[in-house]
Design a protein around this ligand. Structure first.
Ligand code: ZN
Length: 271
């Protein structure tokens, strides 16, 4: 599943090239997770003014309105001057004066949604509940600690929920908790202020490193230039069940938390 770093890498791979492009056509394939929310023809003539990211949404600002793009479970975007006709899993094409932006999404949990503005009901429904950006300036230690204090759920679950800090998916939550030396099952409210500060720093470190390296471990991830943009994350714990901890040599353990696999070192993450 594309996580925040993949979405950011995707954004960086085409944002500069599409800005200023005028939409000539919007082609819809099979239904995605949510409908477009406007007549595709109504997009023609509008201009892309910026590409931003909020959580795992890409926001294509238009001179009137914006498009929210979500990659779902298996989506990827390409932006090329010319692309062949849509294939089986190509479900959205934005044909512009500067190239074609194409969403390929075999499982169709992704979506492209038009909103009149960021304050519209539709945009609010999708973006309103999102926590602060983990790589942004608003993700500050004291507010993070205060948020953790209010939550009794295990810290890993709190991170995945995304309402405190957004975009810390399964891989990155496991890795950040390892770096911070925190057991994933620890109730969030028990985390002290210094440990919350360490966890915040660890979250930023793992996400920034993933963006820098160009994505994560998703096998079929490719950025919008069609390059295989993913990298094999040098994971400390993720997907390393029974392998020796890279720090202390103890076997990494795997448990299930809310249907998701969690990996940790029982020695380096004692509490
Ligand atoms: Zn260890």
């Amino acid at each position: 599943m594309p996580e925040l770093p993949e979405v950011e890498v995707t954004r960086l791979s085409f944002a500069d090239r599409i800005v200023g492009a005028r939409i000539e056509q919007a082609r819809l394939g099979k239904p995605l997770r949510w409908p477009l929310g406007c007549d595709a023809a109504a997009l023609v003539g509008r201009t892309v003014t910026a590409v931003r990211r909020r959580g795992k949404y890409l926001l294509l600002d238009l001179d009137r309105g914006l498009l929210l793009v979500h990659l779902g479970m298996s989506g990827s975007l390409r932006f090329e001057a010319v692309l062949p006709g849509p294939a089986l899993h190509d479900h959205f094409d934005l044909v512009t004066t500067q190239g074609v932006l194409r969403l390929n999404d075999p499982r169709r949990f992704g979506a492209v949604v038009f909103c009149e503005g960021e304050a519209s009901a539709q945009a609010h429904k999708l973006l309103g509940g999102l926590g602060v950006e983990p790589l942004g300036e608003d993700f500050v230690p004291d507010a993070f600690h205060a948020g953790l204090k209010k939550r009794r759920a295990p810290i890993k679950q709190v991170l995945l929920a995304g309402d405190l800090v957004v975009g810390v998916g399964n891989i990155y939550a496991s890795e950040a908790l390892f770096l911070a030396g925190i057991r994933p099952t620890l109730p969030a409210f028990r985390i002290s202020r210094p440990r919350a500060a360490r966890l915040r720093a660890a979250i930023r470190e793992v996400l920034a490193k993933a963006v820098e390296k160009g994505g994560s471990t998703l096998r079929d991830f490719s950025n919008a230039q069609g390059e295989s943009g993913y990298f094999q994350l040098e994971a400390m714990v993720y997907d390393r069940h029974k392998e020796p901890c890279r720090i202390c040599g103890s076997p990494i353990r795997m448990i299930r938390q809310g249907q998701r696999a969690t990996y940790f070192c029982p020695n380096c993450q004692k509490g």
